[in-house]
Design a binder for this molecule. Sequence first.
Ligand code: NI
Length: 521
Amino acid sequence: MRARPIVAVTAALAACAGLLVACAPEPNPGWQPPTWPVAQVAVIAAPEPLDPAGLEGLHGQRIRDDVLGVQARWSQLPGDTASNARVVAVVRDAIAQREARTGTGYTPTVHARGAGLADRACVPGSTARPAAEIVADPALGPDGGEGTAVVCDIVTAAGAYLGQRMRTVAVQDGVVVSDSTVVLYADTSTGAVATGGELWAENAPALLWEAVVDAVRREHRSLSLAPIAPPDEASLALIGSALDQTVVAPDGTAVFTLPAGFSAPELAALGVAATSGPLTIGVPPATAVPATSAFGEALVQAASGAAGFVPPAPVAAGFEAVDCSLVPCVALTYDDGPSGYTAGLLDEAAARHGALTFFVLGQLVAGRADVVARAVAEGHLVENHTWSHPHLPALTPAQVRAQVADTTAAVAAASGAGPTVFRPPYGEYDAMVLAEAGVAAILWDVDTNDWQQLADDVLIERAVDTPRPGSIVLQHDIHEPTARTAGAVFDGLLDRGFTLVNLRQLFGGELPASGVWRSAR
Ligand code: NI
């Protein structure tokens, strides 16, 4: 039965031998090349982190305790947000781990002038550097490269969303003993927080599996369209932990890194037992969204919509929640005003996101009610320095009461906020004075003697070099040199690592109700 077709073909070939063209099939005008499915997911280059200098509203933080062996950088959003708490928890964890390893406790620490600690932002690209390099870099790591470093990168800023990657690297006896990364996202419009993993639905690893294996297969130059088998538990877990560090690129592509050693039967069929290095996987918005959580979908939409970053509403420094057991704090206090110099101090403080405290004389308040109101509105404290600066122990109890009460009333009338602590003139008090004032007396542990008309450099040196964490510094906003040097003093203190806080922040968020205080230590 088969003989006849063979004969026929042979005959046809013989007939065509002299004129091949005549035997070509008729052209088919409807012919299309076979279509190859477009990759849903691809191996891409890792997106570059953002430069925090270009992002409004972020506050860089930095601590360095060389005794314990910890240095940390992170970025905070304005105000007391849930996302700040999550970020700070990463830093606290790093400190606790180092404390457990060394038996040494953490202390907020400042450094000599010139330490450069006013530079507090994330260093772009630092989270992607080799672990040993991070800890050995004096700008990032602990003293001498031994200890723990927390570094950060801003990886996403889209719409109201901000993403920060934080990496904690610990080196003990020259060996990297731990190295962990978390990506934290904040929706600054709602306060919601999510990790990189929480951008995804629970079944995302299963939903993405085929596309991921296909991307890796193509990366190994396979054109196979062979069906991809469902993943096993270990593979799902591997994808899941890779998704935990998802970064959403500026175009909305969700990006994660498959570690070396990724395997699948379809890769084994190509002779690839396991991938040899990490692979950055990019999931475009259309493929990502069916596998995202509600938070992740909104973030991907915001990024792919290219709306640009909407900075969070600013919060004045004095209204921030500052943890002075984590960052070294100093409270600068100014007495005997308000004066014509007070507004200039407020300008200098605002330029550096610093908070101040003023101990005012009641008799001067009505004449400068505007600057008193401005100080309070901008988060500074305006407290009580008596009505007319008398020697309080020389007064009668009724006179002491009036000196304090009248001043409180004047400040309240000017600003809507009444003082809740006082500073006795000349630092003079006795039991009668304390009893009649009825509030805590706040003195100081650093006195620059700025009323002595000192040279600017002497004044700056005293105000910058003397304070320790928890210090209360006494100056006067009625002296021109004090006002003139304020900016240099603020800069010098920031450079040493201080955060400039008002007294409420120095005392942990609540002013003391009684007692005599010279510092918050
Ligand atoms: Ni005074």
